[in-house]
Design a binder for this molecule. Structure first.
Ligand code: HSE
Length: 335
């Protein structure tokens, strides 16, 4: 395939960073990826002239809505939008709507319909994968379409895993908490001082609860467990402990025993079931996560047949754009 047409569903930070990245790489892409539609949860616009993209970006960055840009061409109903995507030969939808970790909606309904109608999907939205993993797989099977979700965890699943049985996944999967823990340990800051620094450095959100309470790690380890271990587990079943000023005593313990504290997500096969947990852990020098400081992330996959495979996760805005483009080429290229 010479060119790939995509539709962006979600026009926030991730969607806009992707557009800037596409513009930066321009013609130097193989195959070339063209933006043909932009949608958010209010509706969609088809893009017939590439020059429009920059004007639309400026319009959106000024805080205006997609609808206000071209009210006459605006499509508001999901069924009309999916029909238009088919008509415009969209090869893949890239979804980055705001994550809803309560039930994955409204994105989950959109993506289920799209996949079942034969449209490929690349998503970076943890909510849809946590709440709709099976439904989305079934929709893709019935529509003969493909779904990729590397951007939800940041972790590339090692090719070497092939069809081996994964019996355990461990991961430091959240950059914000690893940054805070690193500052507490290396700079001897208190939890609140380290959190404040992470917020000033633009790493922690103004409301950091999803990260520090372990929700983000819980979603990511759950997605990996559902994808690789057929865990069929729910977010509410994840045993979850985040980080707080109470983590200081664990850090003090680590200091006297040459160990470090990392927030570890873990999924393991135990008595016939996959148990999923998140908690700060003391790790010694032998741990693959010992030297993983700052916003770095990584995961280890243990298989029944061939031991452990290590994978770094990519993070940051440029990285997420690259992950999306890789996923798009992979789902479209493999058809
Ligand atoms: N808030 C996440 C982190 C980034 O700190 O890793 C998105 O997954």
């Amino acid at each position: 395939m010479k060119e790939i047409n995509i539709a962006l569903l979600g026009f926030g930070n991730v969607g806009r960073a992707l557009l800037r990245q596409l513009e930066k790489i321009g013609e130097a892409q193989d195959p070339k990826i063209n933006l043909r539609a932009i949608a958010d949860s209010s509706g969609a616009l088809m893009i017939h002239t590439p020059e429009l993209v920059n004007v639309l970006l400026t319009h959106k960055e000024a805080g205006r809505t997609i609808k206000a840009f071209a009210p006459a061409a605006f499509l508001a109903h999901p069924a009309d939008i999916l029909k238009a995507f088919q008509r415009e030969h969209i090869h893949c939808i890239v979804e980055s709507l705001p994550t809803n970790i309560r039930d994955g909606q409204p994105a989950l309904d959109w993506l289920t319909a799209a996949l079942s109608q034969g449209l490929n999907v690349v998503t970076v939205d943890k909510g849809v994968m946590v709440h709709g993993f099976d439904a989305l797989q079934q929709a893709a099977a019935s529509g003969n379409s493909r779904l990729a979700f590397t951007g939800t965890t940041g972790v590339a699943i090692p090719d070497e895993l092939a069809d081996d049985q994964v019996v355990e996944i461990r991961g430091v999967l959240n950059g914000t908490t690893n940054y805070i823990l690193t500052a507490m340990q290396e700079q001897r800051l208190s939890f609140n001082e380290a959190l404040g620094m992470a917020q000033r450095d633009g790493i922690a959100e103004p409301d950091p609860s999803l990260d520090v309470e372990g929700w983000d790690t819980a979603c990511k380890i759950l997605i990996l467990a559902n994808a690789l271990m057929k865990a069929d587990a729910k977010l509410a079943e994840v045993s979850r402990l985040g980080i707080s000023d109470a983590t200081q005593s664990l850090i003090d313990n680590g200091r006297t025993t040459n160990r470090v504290v990392r927030l570890v997500g873990r999924a393991r096969l135990w008595q016939g079931r996959v148990r999923v947990s998140v908690a700060p852990k003391l790790l010694d020098k032998d741990s693959p996560f010992y030297a993983l400081s700052g916003t770095a992330k990584a995961a280890v996959f243990r298989t029944a047949e061939r031991g452990e495979f290590f994978s770094y996760a990519r993070s940051g805005r440029d990285a997420i754009s690259q992950i999306i483009l890789d996923d798009v080429r992979s789902v479209v290229g493999s058809q």
